[in-house]
Design a protein around this ligand. Structure first.
Ligand SMILES: [Zn+2]
Length: 464
């Protein structure tokens, strides 16, 4: 049993004029009723430090309400650390902003939030707290971003085969007649051949660098060759006559960090220019490296750089456990000095499955919605009907016309119907999109792991 003495409760009650016009709401939404329900709950849970905030006559679609503002003010001044409402709609009727408070503002300010009728209590980090209605919320904001991504994928396809870089790779120059095409720079191409040949005959990158420097040959940056500049040449697949794009990406609109995509996401177009070395030679050298095991830069795992220690705030680092034959994550602070934090050990694979499952659920929902919009009129009308039903269903739930079970059941039915209509579509966009680091970084602000392995996903909604 938790100690409820530590909670200073802000009771939030709201009644709008619209609520009063609706006859059915008059009774259940009255201030008296909200108060009764909430105080019964507080009593049952031994919560006695109470402050009340009442907005009488204010709409739920707007958050600029005097009592609500006072509540935020008191949160900032640590006068309350818990907020309770009868249900979510009392907090607000705008999906996105309501979601912002529940998913982001309250957790950030360490506020426990309870919505009695929705069964939400953020003190208990159960699956219940990210309840279904929030899918609608994610939908609004993410669909814009997703459609942008779909467009950019198409754009990349169109541009395939054109060299778009600002500088040609060492050994090539841009064709003076066509800046999107590479042609061979014979002298430098010979040096590239020499590098591959030396590597093929067993010379290390460092030995090759020394040899070239002794011949007074300059590196691509007009400096001395180093083991790593040799490494870059030996790893550039474009010498086999192809173009490789989609290697780097900016994380998101919020975060300008550049990340390297996993190799399977790279776009490789063959036969775009004359080759300098054969594909066979390139592969032989690559496979030797894999065998030797050094100089291999492993691909970044999907969640790497997103997972933080809840206690100390530092990133969780990844390592491969030979004993367990799997990747594990532990707090970086703990890695450096085990007396400064606890391990926060978590099995990477399991964490990834958990996160991808969540993301997949709502992406399929969003992308299916996107598809609907591109559908022909007939299909569209059917779909719109269901969408409308879903909306009414959600409103019915907010207004307590139906209980949670009925809501979930009906919603499932409607979503199945939607799914069927979607499958009529000729191409299934969702199947073609798989979750990349780029997409994850744009959706998720961070994932925190608590000492007892509680996983929490914090989405990028704060910009709203
Ligand atoms: Zn830590």
């Amino acid at each position: 049993m938790m100690n409820n003495c530590n909670f200073k409760v802000g009771v939030y009650i709201r009644l709008s004029k619209e609520d009063l016009f609706k006859e059915k709401n008059k009774e259940s939404e009255s201030i008296k009723n909200q108060r009764k329900l909430i105080y019964r709950y507080l009593k049952e849970h031994n919560l006695s430090s109470i402050k009340e905030y009442v907005d009488d006559g204010y709409s739920g679609t707007n958050f600029n309400r005097p009592a609500f503002n006072q509540l935020l003010h008191d949160i900032k001044n640590n006068k309350i650390n818990m907020v309770i409402t009868k249900d979510l709609s009392r907090l607000g009727r705008d999906y996105i902003k309501t979601g912002y408070y529940v998913e982001n503002y309250f957790p950030t300010n360490k506020i426990r939030y309870v919505s009695i009728l929705d069964g939400i209590d953020t003190y208990y980090d159960t699956g219940n707290n990210d309840i279904a209605p929030f899918k609608a919320l994610f939908n609004d904001m993410v669909s814009k971003d997703t459609s942008k991504k779909i467009k950019s994928i198409l754009k990349t396809k169109k541009e395939q085969g054109l060299f778009l870089g600002s500088r040609a790779p060492y050994g090539y120059v841009k064709d003076p007649n066509n800046k999107n095409k590479l042609i061979i720079d014979q002298d430098k191409a010979n040096i590239v051949k020499q590098i591959f040949s030396l590597s093929f005959h067993g010379k290390s990158n460092k030995e090759i660098a020394i040899k070239l420097n002794n011949q007074n040959i300059l590196s691509p940056t007009n400096q001395k060759w180093t083991a790593s500049s040799i490494y870059n040449i030996l790893n550039n697949k474009e010498y086999t006559g192809c173009l490789v794009s989609n290697v780097w990406t900016n994380v998101s609109y919020k975060n300008k960090t550049r990340i390297k995509r996993n190799q399977q996401e790279w776009v490789v177009i063959n036969n775009t220019q004359e080759k300098i070395i054969s594909e066979e030679l390139f592969e032989i050298i690559q496979s030797r490296k894999r065998k030797k095991g050094h100089h291999i830069i492993r691909n970044k795992l999907l969640l790497e750089g997103l997972v933080y220690c809840l206690e100390c705030g530092s990133l969780l680092g990844v390592s491969y456990s030979n004993k367990r034959k799997q990747y594990i994550m532990t707090c970086n602070t703990y890695r450096n000095n085990s007396s400064n934090c606890t391990s926060h050990y978590i099995n990477y694979q399991k964490l990834e499955e958990f996160v991808l499952n969540r993301i997949n659920n709502f992406l399929s929902f969003i992308i299916n919605n996107q598809l609907l919009k591109q559908r022909n009129i007939n299909n569209n009308q059917d779909i719109q009907k269901i969408e409308k039903k879903l909306k009414y269903l959600y409103e019915d739930r907010l207004n307590e016309i139906i209980d949670v079970e009925t809501y979930l059941l009906k919603r499932e039915e409607l979503q199945q119907e939607l799914k069927k209509l979607n499958q009529l579509s000729t191409n299934n966009v969702y199947d073609n999109i798989y979750i990349t680091r780029e997409l994850l970084f744009s959706l998720i602000n961070k994932i925190t792991i608590s000492r007892n392995k509680q996983i929490k996903i914090i989405y990028n909604f704060s910009k709203l």
